[in-house]
Design a protein around this ligand. Sequence first.
Ligand code: SP5
Ligand code: ZN
Length: 348
Amino acid sequence: MPGIIYTPAHADHKPESELHGSRRELGPHPDNPERVKRILDAVKELSWAEIREFGERDLSRNFFQVHASGLIDYFRDLQNSFDRGELDPFVADLVAHRAAGSFSNRTAPRTVRGLTGWYCTDAQTPLTAGTWGAVCAAFASAVQAAELVRDGTHSVTYALCRPPGHHAGRDFFGGYCYLNNAAGAASVLARSGPVAILDIDYHHGNGTQQIFYGSKRVFTASLHADPEHAYPFYSGYTDERGTGAGRRKNLNLPLPSRVTGEEYLKSLDKALGAIKRFRPKALVLSFGADIAEGDPIGDLGLTAEDVYSVGQAISKLNLPTVICQEGGYNLETIGEIALSFLRAFDRE
Ligand code: SP5
Ligand code: ZN
């Protein structure tokens, strides 16, 4: 029976606002706690799913398998500053083009405020007093989801991660993401054999790509909006194929806006073919409901039925699978979309 890993701790991350550049004003932040509530309410209908809450655990080992110690130290120092009452919620003041260090031998600044722009890639990923706790809980859900699959308790698990993770790299974070949940899951599974990560969030999984870019043990494939016009703009192109031992182990399939379900499934088939040729022992899925019609950020416009077909095609790989929730911002439909997708994994 598939398992759903959920934790109420996500609600401690509650970014209030996002810059809406064109209107020169602040608007509500798209990643709000209601997203998970809507998904959870919808997936409770799945009679075959077992909903589990995870227990407290030490994540240090898992962190360092996918992230640089500097990034983890920064997040811990940041939390201490919030706990001492030294900070109010904020976004990066200055995002370091890392060449900014070239004026002197100086590299990373020492204050948490300055370091935020060193590690964060954008000004849309807020830091609040509750952020780090929720980030750890999301990462722990993904790790636990992977352990349950590794140990054979479930052949499919769905980690209801919030905040999402796929824009967080080894030593950077951004795009509403702080730690890479899917990478945490993949690194657990990669200890027992080759793993494929398939990312079908609307946005390119730049963090996931970077973490495994030189890895021959983890194949990464991503279907996403063309970065010519969509976040993260600087990666997600077809010529990014991996490096060193990871050469030809990364596949990007950018898509046109308002793609039809049929066109989407054609691209998906290419990704699935490449994954099969890699012969993984397990699959990690980064699932974003922002591919669906009516999403306030995504413009692909897949219907709930399309999303079910996408799930079916992936489910047919018949691999032990960990699904990590990434984006999806339409509160009216996010539950239905996640439910359509998960229905395709009722295969036991
Ligand atoms: C995990 C994920 O889906 N991250 C997405 C980050 C993309 N952010 C760029 C979009 C900014 C749009 N802000 C305006 C909101 C419109 N209501
Ligand atoms: Zn997204």
